[in-house]
Design a binder for this molecule. Sequence first.
Ligand code: ATR
Length: 483
Amino acid sequence: MICLTLSENTIAACLERVKAERDYIDMCELRLDFLTKEECAKAKVFPSLVDLPCIVTNRRVQDGGRCALSERQRRAQLMDALDGDFKYIDIEEDLKRGELDEKAEARGVKIIRSMHDFEKVPDDIFSRIQQLRKRADVAKVAVTPRSIADVMTLFNAQKELEGIDKIIIGMGPYGIPTRILYKRMGSMLTFCSNNQTAPGQLSSRVLKTLYHADQVDEKTAIYGIIGNNVTNSLSPLIHNPGFRGIKYNAIYVPFLVDSVRSFFALAENLRMRGFSVTVPFKLDVLSYCGNITREVKQIGACNTVVRMPGLWKGINTDYYGFLAPIENDIESGRIRTALVIGAGGASNAIVWALRNRGVKVTILNRTLSRAEKIAQVNICSFDRLDNCKAYEGQVDLIVQTTTVGYDSWANPIEGFAFTGREICYDILTKPKMTKFLSDAQAAGCSLHFGQEMLIAQGKLQFEAFTGYHYPAGVAIDLDAPIQ
Ligand code: ATR
């Protein structure tokens, strides 16, 4: 079940919110601590006004909530709310059994006993869950994984605590896969909100329409993307709709990773079928792959790992993805010469791709030694970035591979005089239109966007993952929400 946490301060606003998100949710949680004092007094009518099972919660400040009342007043608000038809009441771990439990039981309201840890995943989490469950209908733990090993501990709950009614939430960025794959932890529900009432929470719409999280079952094949900054990755917007397009019971989830070794252990545990690899792990995954393709060997980077019988295979679809939008222009001879701006990991694959197709390449980089290194391997020329003006009017293609323009409106070759005949290609995916492309467009150049490369490499990845072509009828919308 997908449960919406309501953080509005009036009952009317909560009802509006439920109405707006009704298509995406199965339950809702009324948080008394967000309501004003007057509105709190009306909480008991709330369940009769919505056609969903409701949880009532009055979260204390120490547990991440807003209720700063005395404990007696806080409990009095909950007692009052219990006159309404709530399905569940959330009572904290440390509260002794008392009138709240008695009233809940008398009214047939199920008790959720909850424990929060905003620092870590406690070592004794499984026994804590068992203890909580002894005192309630459902045990709830909201904890904070700090590593992929912690994430694995949470997924182990399914096996270790089979048959125990529980809610498990992994908070923060490491916890995102646990919020999406909640059913694979044996968790009864996942919480969502549109204004992140807890760190790492996703919106109901994303959980329901992008991930179809409520439809995950034992047979769902799990795929994902690993990196150190994947929370905003656009790749889920490519793969999840693609899986649905071919009616494949599969899901693609972002995994924030601190250790590749731990991640491979998790991938085995979850019986993952494959995953995308991004910064900074494109090299690190190689030592875990039993088989790599020629391109991976040449480029020295792997962006896709696929499960094969008995081993993991590393492939590189960045290479083809980069070429796809300019393939025809290379084929026709319109592109014979290229300037590649930047000499990082992405540049390496691009230079190799262009050289492999016979394009004459010059690499420009701020740090000359990095450009020299790539140039030597790929047999091409190189120069300092601030000599860029020497190449004005000299090249057919200019590829921007630096990180300049990602978080600022800046062009690494500021002042470069485009003739208007160049094809200009920026591999940044966000923003779509960078200053480099905008300057090139103003001079009349034709443009290619990083999002074209992302989609092309993603479609090839999809083929490697599934054995099927990406479905023609699926329109990829990279502007759709991802959180
Ligand atoms: P990736 O592997 O994703 O390509 P990277 O290895 O960090 O990332 O490479 C980033 C590229 O952006 C490098 O070419 C870097 O230039 P240096 O090698 O001189 O560091 C370039 N870059 C980053 N910030 C820059 C800046 N302010 N001006 C010019 N180039 C910059």
